[in-house]
Design a protein around this ligand. Sequence first.
Ligand SMILES: Cc1cc2nc3c(=O)[nH]c(=O)nc-3n(C[C@H](O)[C@H](O)[C@H](O)COP(=O)(O)OP(=O)(O)OC[C@H]3O[C@@H](n4cnc5c(N)ncnc54)[C@H](O)[C@@H]3O)c2cc1C
Length: 484
Amino acid sequence: MEKALARPRQLTLRIGPAGGDGRYCVVEMIGEDLRKAGMASADAAALGSTGRILDATDILRMTQPFPPRRDAGLARLHAFLPRAGQRYAAERNHDRGPADRGNVSGLGPYVRHRLVTEAEVIRHVLDVHSFGAAEKFIQEQFWRTYWKGWLELRPQVWRDWLAGVAEARRRLDRDPGLHDCYTDAVAGRTGIDGFDAWAAELRETGYLHNHARMWFASIWIFTLRLPWELGAEFFLRHLLDGDPASNTLSWRWVGGLQTVGKTYLARRDNIRTYTEGRFDPVGLATSAAPLTGTPIPPPGTLPALPVADPTVRTGLLLHEDDLAPESLAGVPPLAAVAVLDTAPVHSPHGVSERVQTWVSGALADAAQRAGKAFGLTPDRLTGTDWCARMIDWARAAGLAQVVAPYAPVGPTADRLAALETALGDAGIQLVRLPRPYDRASWPHATRGYFAFKEKIPRLLTKAWREPGLCDSIGHAEETDGAAD
Ligand SMILES: Cc1cc2nc3c(=O)[nH]c(=O)nc-3n(C[C@H](O)[C@H](O)[C@H](O)COP(=O)(O)OP(=O)(O)OC[C@H]3O[C@@H](n4cnc5c(N)ncnc54)[C@H](O)[C@@H]3O)c2cc1C
């Protein structure tokens, strides 16, 4: 049966099986909107015009599959669902190139910015597959949760990375050889087969397959011997899913700083096999001695958070770390909504124009949905003096309290901390609204992923039983035993 997912003003997406032959499809007009969202014109032409039925292959084959809208994220999720079971487990490690991404979900940017939440993805997957069949996909999804939780319990590691970037940049200034090696690497001019293509793909699309990210990071660290902090910064600048926790900690993992003493070495035969012969690099490092760094701090605890006061005049502030306002728990009655649409600050040296445009589009989409959900016209806060503008906005709306989705460790959290002080000085309280999914999962990220992974079935069972934990929209019905 066809299922209407969303009907915003300019875009209607209908998701459903097409013709009973097992294909999932998006039906109706999407070409116009995808063009507006910056999709490559070749892709838009291939999709055809209004009314064309798109099957899952159409969606998953797009070279720029990421219109920054929640409904486009849901369309992609639905297109991918039939592939999220054993097929994903068998095929996910193959990087077949930008023209064929059907073996991975491409959901990273949506989930990173929470246009679609982690819990929602898992829930939809379990609607279609048993836990056993989709275990690999669910485990991969939980890597994101684990990394966020791990960094949340050890925020110093993020600050160490920021200091490491500053120090590595100073080294570039002092050492012309290192500087040239770095500029060749980011420009894709090293002559290393694969590596140069991934540098170009990252810059041109904002996406890299997970395996390519691992190979790239390993070659960067062990073959080119460049500072890992700058590689992580290059990724954060260009990835549409650039994420403080997943990115920093994955780079640390490749370099042997995360699982102490364990490194990831990119090997020629592995690259040849998993790129299906597209790349065959020679001259790669043959050993990978772990990098050294400051010892990992012991895990802290999650801070207790005050709840919002439902009796005072309240505004909602949306930011790029959580753009599903409809499913936020604990939102009091609202008098105003604003989105923080300033240059994204994922990376200490700014982000690419592509990332900036994407995040701006995602914020606009969230603002539109929030406006609809809360019956208010959202304001857009832009510019470098956003903090002062925020105070003006709160005062003009007569607010005593501003609520915002909780932002995990990273630049947005730092901005919220600055805002909390500035609002406090103006007599207005800032309250962060956590997601129950995060609060239930993050405390388990005290050790390695293996120990965390063991908790997944329990977490899922909990998610099914505790109202609000799954924060899925349109899933009021609870189903016991779905996570068997
Ligand atoms: C060096 C390096 C840097 C990375 N930087 C980032 C980053 O900045 N932001 C980011 O979101 N991911 C990062 N990853 C993790 C992973 O590569 C991407 O999440 C994944 O490739 C996104 O593509 P996809 O949605 O098609 O993945 P799929 O294979 O379809 O995976 C499904 C979902 O599972 C999650 N996931 C899968 N693998 C991982 C992983 N290893 N770590 C965390 N989550 C995972 C993502 O939410 C993803 O959308 C990095 C990995 C490495 C090795």
